[in-house]
Design a binder for this molecule. Structure first.
Ligand SMILES: Nc1ncnc2c1ncn2[C@@H]1O[C@H](COP(=O)(O)OP(=O)(O)OP(=O)(O)O)[C@@H](O)[C@H]1O
Ligand SMILES: [Mg+2]
Length: 333
C-alpha cells in the first residue's frame, strides 16, 4: 500500500525515546490504565496522558513511536467533528500526548459497533459465528456468511467492562438495562450516539479510501445525567480499519483484507511463544518501527495531514510533565 506522507526514517529515529512512564510533580497520584495515566484535577476535570505503550494478551509488550500522539490527536480530530452528533469529554489538548477532559461517571459497558463479520478474539462476531452460533449479542445471523463479510446493517455488541484481568462478557441489546448496568433511557441514548458516531466515522473513512470496520466507544454521564462520549474515539486502538481500495477484490478471492492494526506484534509474539504462559521475548525494533508506520499512516490518511513530531520529542516524559503542569497552572478554576 502506498504511504501518504510518512517520512521513512521518522519512526527509526524515535525508537529510542518513546513515552512509557511519566511523573508529573504537583499532581495527585495517577490512575494507571494499560495505555493511559489519568490524574484527577479540581472542578471535575481529569488529565489523561496517553503513553506509547502497546498492550496485548493483557500484557504491556513494548512501546511504539508516536502511538500516544496518534491516539491523542486522532481522538481530538474526531471529537471536534462529532460534537453535533454527541457531546464529548474534551476540554483541551495541551500536548500531543495530553488530554484534559471532564471527569465522568463511566458506564460499566464497552459499546462496540460492528459493520463486518470480523475479528479474532473470543468476543468477536467471526469467532463466535465460526463456532456455530447464529444468534450473537441478541442479533440473528444467516447461515453461509463468509469471513469479513459486510453486515446488512451495523450492530451494537456491548460487553461488560471487565476490571483488570477480568474477561469482557458479551451482552444482548436488552441485557444492559435488564441487568441494571445502565438505566433504560440512558442506554437508549447511548445506543443512538454509538450508531451515529459509527455511521459518521464510516462515511468519513470511506472518503479517505478506508473502511471503518468496527469501533469501541466508552461513554459516561455528567452530573446532569447527560450521556457524554469519553476516552478515545475511532483510533487504531479502539477500532479496526481496512484498506477500502482492495477490500472487494480480496474478499471475492477469499483473502483477508489489508488491515491497519497492531496485529503484526501479536503475530510476531504468537509465532514464538504462548503469551499467556511464560515469558514473551522483547519485541524487536523492526517490528516496533513497522507498527509505528501503520499508526502514522492511518493518522495521515484519515486526517489528510502529516503527523508532526513535537518539539522536545527527544525527552517526551519531561516535555509531557512540563506541558501538563503548565496547563494546570494556567487554568485554575
Ligand atoms: N472522561 C472520563 N472520565 C472518567 N474516566 C475516563 C474518562 N475517559 C476515559 N476514562 C477511563 O480512563 C481509563 C483510560 O485508561 P486506559 O485506556 O489506559 O485504560 P484501559 O487499559 O483501557 O482500561 P483499564 O482502566 O481497565 O486498565 C479507562 O478506564 C477509561 O474508562
Ligand atoms: Mg482504554
Amino acid at each position: 500500500m502506498q504511504k501518504l506522507f510518512t517520512d521513512p526514517a521518522r519512526a527509526a529515529r524515535a525508537l529510542a525515546h518513546t513515552l512509557d512512564e511519566v511523573e508529573i510533580p504537583g499532581l495527585p497520584a495517577p490512575q494507571r490504565g494499560k495505555v493511559r495515566q489519568s490524574y484527577d484535577l479540581d472542578a471535575g476535570r481529569r488529565l489523561m496522558v496517553t503513553t506509547d505503550r502497546l498492550s496485548a494478551f493483557d500484557l504491556n509488550l513494548t512501546t511504539i513511536p508516536f502511538k500516544g500522539q496518534v491516539l491523542t490527536e486522532l481522538s481530538h480530530h474526531w471529537f471536534e467533528r462529532t460534537r453535533d452528533i454527541c457531546p464529548n469529554h474534551l476540554i483541551a489538548v495541551p500536548d500531543p500526548n495530553v488530554t484534559v477532559c471532564r471527569r465522568l461517571a463511566m458506564l460499566p459497558v464497552e459499546v462496540v459497533v460492528r459493520g463486518y463479520l470480523a475479528g479474532s478474539t473470543n468476543t468477536s462476531l467471526l469467532t463466535m459465528y465460526k463456532g456455530g452460533a447464529r444468534r450473537l449479542y441478541g442479533h440473528g445471523f444467516p447461515d453461509g456468511m463468509r469471513d469479513n463479510q459486510r453486515l446488512d446493517a451495523p450492530v451494537i455488541t456491548p460487553t461488560t467492562k471487565g476490571d483488570h484481568g477480568a474477561h469482557d462478557e458479551p451482552l444482548g441489546p436488552d441485557d444492559v438495562a435488564r441487568l441494571g448496568l445502565v438505566d433504560a433511557a440512558t442506554w437508549d441514548r447511548t445506543r443512538e450516539h454509538a450508531l451515529a458516531l459509527f455511521a459518521f466515522g464510516q462515511a468519513r473513512a470511506r472518503e479517505r479510501g478506508l473502511i471503518l470496520v468496527d469501533t469501541k466507544c466508552e461513554f459516561g454521564v455528567d452530573p446532569d445525567g447527560t450521556v457524554v462520549l469519553a476516552d478515545e474515539v475511532h483510533t487504531p486502538d479502539s477500532s479496526r480499519y481496512w484498506d477500502g481500495a482492495t477490500y472487494e477484490a480480496r474478499f471475492a478471492a477469499g483473502e483477508p483484507p489489508d488491515a491497519f492494526d497492531k496485529d503484526m506484534v501479536r503475530r510476531w509474539v504468537r509465532a514464538r511463544c504462548d503469551p499467556y504462559r511464560g515469558d514473551v521475548p522483547a519485541i524487536p525494533d523492526e517490528v516496533r518501527e513497522e507498527t509505528a508506520d501503520v499508526y502514522c499512516d492511518l493518522f495521515e490518511r484519515l486526517t489528510g495531514r502529516a503527523l508532526v513530531p513535537p518539539a522536545g520529542e527527544e525527552r517526551p516524559a519531561e516535555r509531557v510533565a512540563r506541558a501538563a503542569a503548565r496547563w494546570v497552572a494556567d487554568n485554575p478554576l
